[in-house]
Design a protein around this ligand. Structure first.
Ligand SMILES: [Zn+2]
Length: 282
């Protein structure tokens, strides 16, 4: 799981040219040095690395142990690899070192990049769990005319704090408003005629956002309603609809986190009915 991966501090190398990524292990060095021998003991491994690489003994020992000790020698390792080891995928010698946690972030960023093709898509795609968050944020980043979001629940920290990526949702919305994109938010759920805790929290968060941003951005529209639907439509061309609540759940997953599923649709025949039902205001 993601969380487990994040907690492990290990050294990886990644090809700058094609993105090929591999963990730095003693076996990797054996492969590069063309060794066919199976090294059984720790001392034999250190001796082999020392003789074969010319690294200082401390680095050879760190390579044998891996983990956090090796991170300190990332620079030396990558300099050596850039001389000796062409990328198995593209033959470039442009390695860079990363920790597991950096790689996870980069993978997500790359996913976002690839989502730039979204708006030209034509088939329904389903996203599960943490992938939904990147699909949603990619929609916000790539929208050029309108972002329309309808959700029952809103939590303030999801709007104003960093939840998964480096940007806050608020800053992404401001970027969109600055691009001249119309932003519409329909929020709120009622259980009976009285106001409830969930509704009040959503209302307070939206009132605050509106009073801060509306003086600057007339292209922001916020409306209270009574919805349990979770839908986001970007440029009327790309729609996410499913169980994931974009404005009350950060999308950070551990082994205990509930499952969520969201469909991404591109066909206007599917998008139009949702738009007509929820977003005719503003
Ligand atoms: Zn490569």
């Amino acid at each position: 799981m993601l969380n487990f991966f994040k907690n492990k501090r290990e050294l990886f190398i990644r090809c700058d040219n094609c993105g090929y990524t591999t963990k730095v292990t003693k076996e990797l060095f054996a492969k590069i040095l063309g060794a066919t021998t199976v090294f059984l003991g720790y001392k034999a491994w250190v001796g082999f690395l020392f003789a074969g690489t010319g690294f200082a003994m401390a680095i050879c020992i760190a390579i044998c142990f891996g983990g956090i000790g090796l991170l300190a020698y990332g620079k030396e390792v990558v300099e050596w690899l850039n001389k000796k080891y062409p990328c198995p995928q593209c033959q470039a010698k442009t390695w860079n070192t990363f920790e597991a946690s950096d790689l996870e972030l980069m993978k997500q960023k790359e996913q976002e990049e690839s989502m730039k093709a979204f708006f030209g898509g034509d088939n329904t795609v389903v996203y599960f769990d943490e992938k939904i968050r990147s699909a949603f944020e990619a929609g916000i980043k790539n929208a050029s005319t309108e972002i329309a979001i309808a959700v029952p629940f809103i939590k303030k920290y999801i709007i104003s704090d960093t939840v998964i990526f480096q940007d806050t949702l608020k800053s992404l919305l401001i970027d969109a408003l600055n691009r001249g994109v119309k932003v519409k938010i329909l929020y709120g759920i009622r259980y009976n005629k009285d106001d409830n805790k969930d509704l009040l929290e959503a209302r307070n968060t939206m009132t605050e956002l509106y009073s801060e941003l509306h003086p600057l951005y007339k292209n922001l529209y916020i409306q209270e309603g009574n919805v349990h639907t979770k839908v986001a439509i970007f440029d009327k061309k790309y729609m996410l609809v499913g169980s994931f609540n974009y404005l009350s759940f950060g999308g950070h997953y551990t082994q205990y986190t509930r499952k969520e599923a969201t469909n991404a649709h591109y066909e206007s025949k599917r998008i139009c009915p949702y738009y007509q039902e929820y977003f005719t205001f503003g």
